[in-house]
Design a protein around this ligand. Sequence first.
Ligand code: SAM
Length: 315
Amino acid sequence: MGKKNNASGFRPKASPIKYNRVSPTTTPPTPNGGAKSSPRLMPILIGGGLLYITATYVSMSVFKSKSDTTTGRTHDHSSHDTPVDGNFDTAPVWEKIAKDYDKEIDWDEFVMGIGLMRRWLIGQAKGDVLEVSTGTGRNFKYYKDDQLSSATFTDRNEGMLTQAKSKFAEYAGQFKKTFVEFKQANVDHVHTLTKEDNNGRRHQQQFDTVVDTFGLCSCKDPEQALISLADACKPSEESRILLLEHGRSHYDWLNRILDTNVDKHVRRWGCWWNRDLMELFEREKVKEKLEIVKVYRWHLGTTCYIVAKPKTSSS
Ligand SMILES: C[S@@+](CC[C@H](N)C(=O)[O-])C[C@H]1O[C@@H](n2cnc3c(N)ncnc32)[C@H](O)[C@@H]1O
């Protein structure tokens, strides 16, 4: 294992990968007067499961990086291997992969337990909900109609939003009382979305819950994205920003793999998989706007489940 990376100032409150350190000098009393007890099955099964998921994730990362190198050019919209810089436009990448996106990532998400994380996160959405970078609508099935008033699904790229709209037909019955709309919008500007009132006047649309799953890795400016998410919230202690994202690991050896292959990954998947997500929340402009309520990290720290809330005048 590589050295632990302590560069990020933020420490997650809890993580399922963590374990309790056992003091070498203390021997716990045994309930049967010292006779050796057999190892308990549950921790072994859970530990084995986590190890399996972690190992699978790492192998997938490495495998995908290699396949990007060898086959990525068929999907590559730029014909040369110039470094990907801040001006790289991923729109053509998303337009190209939109139709096959679900097929390509279904298995990865299943193996990594992402569906369960989505269910856990999205189940908390309530009131007026904004989802940014909706993609093909992989969260639809996890929303709870009885908790929602409205749901506004947005994405910058038309191809992805088209997939989401056609997938929504499957789930329309699930949104019986929720008013649902789709809007093409860049995450950087979702705080400027407007809606019409009964008198025909337009007002800024504000939300109780803002959702972004695997969007911060894909947009050009994740700092601006977070600020915009906070500004799109109703100024209330109850408002929540629900994030499920991926980025840098706790471990340098894995970060080196992510760094080495990031250009190919961006060209193939429109995704900067080596971003330091927790560091974003330490930036002054972001700290001014929102605060973290909860964080959990999985898959060696690369998958981040974050619940945040906008800063209000009272907070
Ligand atoms: C990795 S996909 C995630 C899709 C979906 N949220 C999910 O969980 O499956 C990233 C999405 O971000 C969208 N995207 C990229 N840049 C964006 C931007 N600046 N504003 C809004 N959406 C953007 C892409 O079109 C794509 O649908």
